[in-house]
Write a protein that binds this ligand. Structure first.
Ligand SMILES: [Zn+2]
Length: 431
């Protein structure tokens, strides 16, 4: 097993926790210099100097996504403006961006986290990598790029899109690693086959690092098989991250037994969103993250809105850091349909169990006489025959799992949109 910083990656957990507490106290002192955050601390009746143990950390006020929007652009900076080296942001759905501002040290910390992830996932110096996460304001592209460079892999920074050229480059350069969103990986496989190229025989892809959107185990299996990752002895590693914590920061290792989060840089809490108590290990809860290392815009106790299961056991790979073992859903993505919560990832999980169905689908939320309706539009895989009885059975299966009636509409192959970046799976037609 290869490592980037073995001492840190395999550090005994008690030692890691000591370091976390020390770093958290230091960060609390730093963010207390920010007027908005100081006010929050004062209202909560906690002063950074009073933080001495884990119970005190629980008194530190949460930061929410709305706080970032409200304080856009620079209101949540705690460090020195003179130290700023780079600025990223996401567009967000409301129109107000979510920013992140980095010093040179912050960028190095980020690249190191990513390099650790890539090596844990099996990347080596002699790999040729096609990096197709969007290069630009979005954190994905440059976050991946600098991590890959730190490992010393050979990076082709294609950025997003240009599928025909991406495929040509894969053939010409013998690309072994592909990065981008899971939906783009699925589309790449389809596009290759449509153009007479069988990725298993004609390409050399062995690893995929795919993030930016949730990905069900079923979709991962399909990508592994169709893009040739499994056949070439590797696999698809899922990536997790968020702009508020710096961007993509966590990934699967070679054992694919959970997405590692680096505890020397991030404090991981899994809380009941109502009571704010730690959930029992193995139970789902909201992921709350504190940035223990950034020096310009670190956020403490950030409520990610992601509903996850985390394991704190040491991984088979020897790394002692916590792992996201199950991603239940992003609260942001949850849709409320006549009083029932529906996660699109839950829908995908059911659809892709059926080999007759392709990964090209969308969920249409409509309205009929004041009641909300759900309809899945999906393409079969090319050549598959989908009978009426199958559709009826699938509707029943969806109804049972979602606790909500859901119609299924089988569309012609090639009629639904394809995505080069994040997929749009929900079409909300409600007024
Ligand atoms: Zn591991």
């Amino acid at each position: 097993m290869a490592f980037v910083e073995q001492k840190w990656e395999t550090m005994p957990q008690e030692k890691l926790q000591e370091i976390q507490l020390e770093k958290f106290k230091k960060q609390a002192g730093l963010v207390y210099g920010n007027p908005f955050i100081k006010k929050r601390f004062d209202e909560a009746g906690i002063h950074p100097e009073e933080i001495t143990d884990w119970e005190d950390i629980k008194k530190v006020p949460f930061i929410f996504k709305d706080d970032l929007r409200e304080n856009y652009p620079t209101g949540l900076i705690s460090g020195n403006w003179d130290d700023v080296y780079r600025i990223h942001m996401t567009s967000g759905t409301t129109g107000v961006p979510t920013p992140m501002v980095y010093s040179k040290n912050d960028l190095n910390t980020w690249a190191t986290c990513m390099a650790r992830n890539f090596v844990a996932g099996g990347l080596r110096k002699d790999d040729i990598v096609q990096q197709s996460h969007g290069l630009g304001l979005f954190t994905g592209g440059l976050g991946f790029h600098y991590g890959l460079e730190l490992v010393g892999a050979k990076v082709i920074p294609t950025g997003a899109g240009g599928t025909e050229r991406q495929l040509r480059l894969m053939q010409e350069w013998g690309t072994t690693v592909f990065t981008g969103t899971p939906s783009y990986a699925a589309y790449m496989a389809e596009f290759a086959l449509d153009n007479g190229i069988d990725p298993v025989k004609d390409l050399k892809l062995r690893l995929g690092f795919h993030g930016g959107e949730p990905c069900s185990d079923e979709l991962r299996n399909r990508i592994n098989n169709r893009l040739g990752y499994s056949a070439h002895g590797g696999g698809m590693r899922r990536c997790y991250g968020l702009t508020e914590m710096g961007g993509p920061i966590a990934m699967d290792c070679e054992y694919e037994s959970g997405i590692h989060i680096w505890a020397d840089h991030y404090l991981v809490e899994v809380l009941d969103p109502e009571t704010h108590e730690n959930v029992k290990e193995g139970q789902p809860g909201e992921l709350v993250l504190s940035n223990l290392s950034f020096e310009v815009m670190p956020l403490l106790r950030y409520r990610t809105g992601d509903n996850v299961v985390v394991s704190f056991d040491t991984c088979e790979c020897g790394r002692t850091h916590p792992r996201i073992t199950r991603f239940v859903g992003r609260l942001d993505d949850m849709i409320l349909v006549s009083g029932t919560n529906v996660f699109p990832s839950q829908v995908e999980l059911i659809l892709l169990k059926h080999s007759e169905l392709s990964e090209n689908w969308q969920l249409v939320v409509g309205e009929n006489k004041g009641l909300h309706t759900l309809k899945v539009e999906i393409e079969p895989v090319a050549g598959a025959r989908v009978e009426k009885a199958f559709v009826t059975a699938l509707e029943k299966e969806l109804h049972k799992s979602l606790e909500k009636k859901c119609f299924v509409d089988i569309k012609a192959v090639g009629s639904l949109p394809r995505f080069e970046g994040k997929a749009v799976r929900v079409i909300d037609q409600r007024t």
